[in-house]
Ligand binder design. Sequence first.
Ligand code: B3K
Ligand code: ZN
Length: 855
Amino acid sequence: PLIIRRSDYRPPDWLVPEITLDFDLDAAATRVHATLSVVRNGGQDRPLRLDGDGLLPLEVKVDGRALGPDEWALDGGALVIALPGQAHVVETRVELAPEGNSKLMGLYASSGLLCTQCEAEGFRRITFFPDRPDVLSRYTVRMEADKARYPVLLANGDPVGQGDLPGGRHWARWNDPFPKPCYLFALVAGDLACNADRFVTMSGQEVALGIWVKKADLPRTAHAMKALKDSMAWDERVYGREYDLDVFNIVAVADFNFGAMENKGLNIFNSRYILADPETATDLDYDGVEGVVAHEYFHNWSGNRITCRDWFQLSLKEGFTVFRDQSFSADMGSRAVKRIEDVRILRAAQFQEDSGPLAHPVRPESYMEISNFYTATIYNKGAELIRMMALMLGPERFRASTDLYFERHDGEAATCEDFVRAMEDGGGVDLAQFRLWYEQAGTPRVRALLNHDADAGTAELVLEQTVPPTPGQPDKKPMAIPLRVALFDPQSGQHRGDQLLMLTEAKQAFTFTGFAQPPVLSINRGFSAPVIVESNRSQADLAFLSARDDDPFARYEAMQQLMVNVLVGSIGGQPVDEAAVVAAIRHTATDPQLDPAFVAEAIRLPSEAYLGDQMAVVDPDAIHAAREALQRRIGEALEPLWRDIHAGTKANAFSLSPAAKGARKLRNIALHYLVASGAQDGPEIAFGQFHEADNMTERQAALATLANGASDAREAALDIFYNRYRDDALTLDKWFQTQAFAFHPDTVQLVAELREHKDFTLTNPNRVRSLFGAFAGNQWAFHDKSGKGYRLVADCIIALDKINPQTAARLVPPLGRWRRFDEGRAAMMRAELERILTEPDLSRDVTEQAGKSLE
Ligand code: B3K
Ligand code: ZN
């Protein structure tokens, strides 16, 4: 298979300043007539090469003349035409079968709609075109379709005409004045209802906003609309970025490979990131809607106005846009809790990726299939890089630098290097060493040792960094790591200010004077750098910080580390002081100054996967046993507290206020500990919450708590849930997901049965993720020592690859982590990867992921 390398980048041979697309839409047979104005780029004499994937030209014309079959050729799907001049008009006609398109790339059908997904390389499944992000064109799109079946016809840009046609047909024309790469092309046709609203931009332009969904879903679009308007106002206020078209449309579709897509003026969403109401959406779902709506909207500037030169620069738009959506959500809710959640995601997804066979730099050097690079590294680590630069520059200089970036590169296809240079030029800093963050994969480890010299009254902080070897990168250079630190005086409980230390060498010492007593180190405050810190802090120091640190992230982190130390110690058979954890939890849970949402985060035990990451060899059974035991101990020791919190956080009426959300979060964790205590009435109380809840946050949490154990209430609640929501796909996903995630001894068997359930289907990515994605993230169940979990996931990958390779490939990484497990499990995981690779006609997507996982 072909490997694409960053170093092979060459500017396009031909540019396409204008394209006109004419669609005769039909689910079974859609005809596409494309007219491209092409212009030779640079003094070369290469033929025009238009990418295509599964396309057959029905007609090829150049400057109005139909070409004979020997005047063009197909080469690996691409249409190749030798053109004599500098500029020509090229026309092609093709026919597509959207309803047969199960890959959900290109033009496809989803419950009666026709819609498109082009990023990264789906446009070549619609028409012949130079499918690369540095070819920018002005688009005019005409669509024609049956009016009864497809009354709504949408495309990018602004609507410029429409009309009726004989035979019950109609047409519409859209024009997008902004040149764009073809991955941002979109159209939608279908029977859709619109939540219509308006937004007036800071310069007084009125924008018509539309969220288009199935009619029955209209009542579930209010939160998305609010998020959209909030995002538009926020981007004006925080980045000075204004919207630039007369209309902004969003369409929700049920079958979607990803979360959403930022097509210019026509965002297309996985319906799970649009639809929300209290009956069916959890607070997490609401936050997901808000964050993804914002993310896609923010792409209008960081992604669309300035796009990527090539796909190696993907993090240019994705890392920056994730940083922007994280900042937005922090401003809309609790900054502290948002940071904790984001770091938890980073550690769960990106740190795992960075320590395994699929580790790659934020700006990769090569790929086989670009769809495999929409990763936590590109997105979440990429966002951390922007965050570090913002921290080093400070808010004013960071804003000056982003202004410079937008001004300098508007309308261009830019690179990560362009972004860093704008930070340097706008911020007056030297980021030469910092650039290594884009080049070197792997999570840096920082050892932090604090030595106290009582005679001199000094404290010396010795920092040592190492970046582990990753595939293709055996040796690493020291990185520039910004670490926010504070030294606490244990007597007064105060520190003398937060400092930003730049660790730039392999080993560096920092001396602080005026400490008669040994201070307590608070380090990587706010998670200022995406690194793993190993320190020599005692449990007493951590307990102190968990009660006193004024940086909420560091306070949370101290609590987590306290728990990790106890759990890892007990797994290793060492005597541990569980009482310290219980005391810290009691202290936190009863501190009236604290935000309940923060408390809920802080008192939650680290996940089994995170505990596995702390061990040389992951022992899923020992981790599960130790965590369950500690959970029970915490439950028992503080049982009255859990009862109090649970009773005291019962809400009267549903609200999305931060206070109400925080109360629900805390209530759910209290229920969880109460049930974990083994109290007789635990399942009954959980069932009561399940039954009485007026919102999905409490209902699903109660269901999840019940699903872990074996009680009559478990079966009853699952049945009730199923019967209530069997016709609502997004909510039924929760039913699958909750069971796949459960800490139940029979989870493997249950997942095997759910695979055969009449409501399970491989054709809907949300359903696949809710069963197999969740299961593969359930460390204890997936790594069942029978190996049955591995086989289930591998069977799913093999079957799904024939339908939707992109979604299939996303299930491979959990199997690729075999090096982290004992030889018995590792051998079984490898065997499944090898079995996958022997499948005939395996996609490039899965071949790359499984192949690299075995290297
Ligand atoms: N840019 C899209 C990515 C979809 C491509 C999937 N292969 C979603 C987003 O990051 O906004
Ligand atoms: Zn994005």
